[in-house]
Design a protein around this ligand. Structure first.
Ligand SMILES: N[C@@H]1[C@@H](O)[C@H](O)[C@@H](COP(=O)(O)O)O[C@@H]1O
Length: 242
């Protein structure tokens, strides 16, 4: 099913496999339209899209990827680092000409974040893929983040640490800080694709699409962007009123 919101193309799919196929088509169309820089995301939600991209005929070898975020203190070869995630889920199958992920091994936050802002300025993002946090975060932009923010160091909230603990041996091992592109950086992308599945996301989805635009829900700023595609399953869409 597809409905047209104000600025949002909303696709409600039956499961994540179908979401992967719909998301793949968005990437394919963007590439056909000349996209050269893809903004990529981690988390479980984008995985079916990456599976489709990895198994496709699309060629990324002349393109650039720019990832949203990375934990501070994890090296690129740490299995829970976002570098590692991207390597495993996409880059091994589909290498890009250049792939950028914030440098979590650089503990000098001012240097790491300004370096990343320069990378984004040099490589304006054509299509940005996003997942959605249960508290409405995008990237690691937690509630309260300045909507004009650029890349910055984030102190993760307890709820995000708890939600991400499933990927680590125990909660104590989850990093407390991350480097994340800001809301302002994300909104500069020409096109945005956001994916969310499951009941746990339903409240954040409703707030993102139908709630007020507010720092309390970072994803609500997507209402201010001219070109957003949203892929949801029925459970994630269950609190939408329209
Ligand atoms: N930093 C990432 C986000 O970019 C991601 O969107 C979110 C949701 O992840 P999932 O798709 O696994 O629910 O998790 C992490 O916090």
């Amino acid at each position: 099913m597809m409905t047209q919101g104000t600025n949002m193309d909303l696709h409600i799919v039956k499961d994540q496999a179908e979401g992967g196929r719909v998301g793949f088509q968005v990437f394919k169309d963007a590439l056909a339209g000349g996209a050269k820089v893809l903004g990529l995301a981690t988390g479980s939600s984008p995985i079916t899209i990456y599976n489709e991209l990895a198994g496709s005929q699309l060629d990324f070898s002349q393109l650039t990827s720019v990832n949203l975020d990375e934990y501070v203190g994890l090296n690129a070869d740490h299995p829970q680092s976002y570098h590692y995630f991207m390597q495993k889920n996409l880059f091994n199958a589909k290498p890009f000409a250049h792939s950028y992920v914030p440098d979590g091994s650089n503990l000098d936050a001012a240097a790491a974040t300004s370096q990343y802002d320069q990378i984004i300025a040099d490589n304006p993002i054509d299509l940005q893929l996003l997942g959605l946090g249960q508290n409405g975060h995008i990237g690691f932009n937690e509630p309260g983040t300045d909507p004009e923010s650029t890349t910055h160091k984030v102190t993760l909230t307890e709820s995000t640490i708890a939600a991400n603990a499933r990927f680590f041996e125990n909660e104590d091992e989850v990093p407390r800080y991350a480097y994340s592109m800001g809301i302002g950086s994300i909104l500069k992308a020409k096109q945005i694709l956001i994916v969310a599945y499951g009941e746990a996301k339903a409240k954040a989805v409703a707030a993102m699409i139908e709630g007020p635009v507010t720092p309390d829900v970072p994803a609500s700023y997507l209402q201010t962007h001219p070109r957003v595609t949203v892929i949801l399953d029925e459970a994630a869409a269950s609190q939408l009123k329209h």
